[in-house]
Design a protein around this ligand. Structure first.
Ligand SMILES: Nc1ncnc2c1ncn2[C@@H]1O[C@H](COP(=O)(O)OP(=O)(O)OP(=O)(O)O)[C@@H](O)[C@H]1O
Ligand SMILES: [Mg+2]
Length: 317
């Protein structure tokens, strides 16, 4: 299979005094060149941990097994300087929290072009022009005023848009955007959709981590659904939105306003719990006795549903 990043059996745990929290449990996922892959799932399911794992930004106390292979290299074994040369230039990162994701003591235009200045021989004057242009493109206007300000003067939505400008600045091969539309109104969201669509047509690979199903609907070629640290469905955007198969995917879509705003009952089990059987079983309207038993090994195929109603080739039983 054609892959740009191959994630295999990725497990990320955070040991604590009382318990160990497993944020990702044997996640395997292929990111294909030129595709837009949406990673969706409710809060705490492990979406951001997946993003920071690829970028090599996990905290030191995280315990990680498995592999993330990019350009023939397992990024989990890459040195700090190797990751520094990959971040920004090869893989752009738009972090979830703009307040902690930027430098409070650097003017915004400089931060916007920092990946370019670090990785190319762009002059300061050219970098400034480019930084202002990028801010314009993401509606941070007037850019020659706002570019010269520090992040603490920005509103949340404006800073979010500036972070998107930073992520795309060095024309990376892949952009991983963690909740790029969080706190952003419809007009500005449309402009982010436009720019992302443009990046798509340029062949840039996009990984969008999002709660915003409408945003995923408008952009995603494929969707991977995370639930409680596991991928529970991977399929095309078209199949996911027209015919989701995992009961959790179905429930997620029913919770959209246009589908009746039906809430998903209950809540996900704690990430530190010992999980017996399917992790969604307590909330599933179609839970069967066998769902409480150990889950079968689901093979990783193109189109994949972690539910016993589907066999390992994912044909409905
Ligand atoms: N540095 C850390 N130390 C300990 N636990 C962590 C750390 N980072 C994340 N976690 C835990 O890992 C789990 C997954 O977190 P993650 O941030 O990936 O969720 P998420 O799906 O991105 O949620 P949200 O949609 O709210 O952003 C959560 O239980 C979180 O508390
Ligand atoms: Mg997150």
């Amino acid at each position: 299979m054609n892959s740009l990043i191959e994630i295999s059996d990725l497990t990320v745990s955070f040991p604590g005094d009382k318990y160990r929290l497993t944020a990702l449990d044997r996640v395997s996922l292929t990111i294909r060149p030129g595709e837009t892959l949406a990673i969706i799932g409710e809060s705490g399911s492990g979406k951001s941990v997946l993003g920071v794992s690829i970028l090599g930004l996990l905290p030191d106390h995280a315990e990680v097994t498995g592999s993330i292979v990019y350009a023939g290299k397992n990024l989990l074994h890459a040195s700090y300087s190797e990751m520094e040369s990959i971040r920004g230039r090869m893989i752009g990162w738009i972090p979830q929290n703009p307040k902690t994701g930027c430098n409070p003591s650097m003017k915004v235009w400089k931060q916007v072009v920092e990946p370019q200045v670090t990785h190319t021989d762009l002059s300061r004057a050219d970098a400034r022009v480019r930084g202002m242009r990028l801010l314009d493109r993401f509606h941070v206007v007037p850019s020659d005023y706002w570019g010269d300000q520090y992040p603490n003067t920005y509103s949340g939505g404006m800073l979010q848009r500036a972070m998107v400008a930073m992520g795309v600045s060095a024309d990376p091969e892949i952009i991983i955007a963690d909740e790029p539309t969080k706190g952003i109104d419809t007009i500005n969201k449309n402009s982010i959709v436009e720019v992302f669509s443009e990046l798509k047509t340029k062949g840039i690979t996009l990984v969008i981590i999002t709660h915003d199903l409408d945003f995923a609907y408008r952009l995603a070629d494929r969707v991977a659904v995370l639930y409680c640290g596991q991928v529970i469905e991977i399929t095309t955007g078209q199949t996911f939105f027209a015919n989701p198969r995992h009961p959790y995917s179905q429930a997620l879509l029913r919770s959209l306003p246009r589908n009746g705003l039906i809430p998903i009952p209950g809540s996900a089990p704690p990430m530190h719990a010992e999980h017996a059987g399917c992790r969604f079983k307590d909330r599933c309207s179609d839970c069967r006795e066998e769902c409480t038993h150990a889950m079968p090994a689901f093979s990783l195929t193109e189109d994949y549903v972690r539910c016993i109603r589907y066999d390992n080739r994912n044909q409905a039983c």
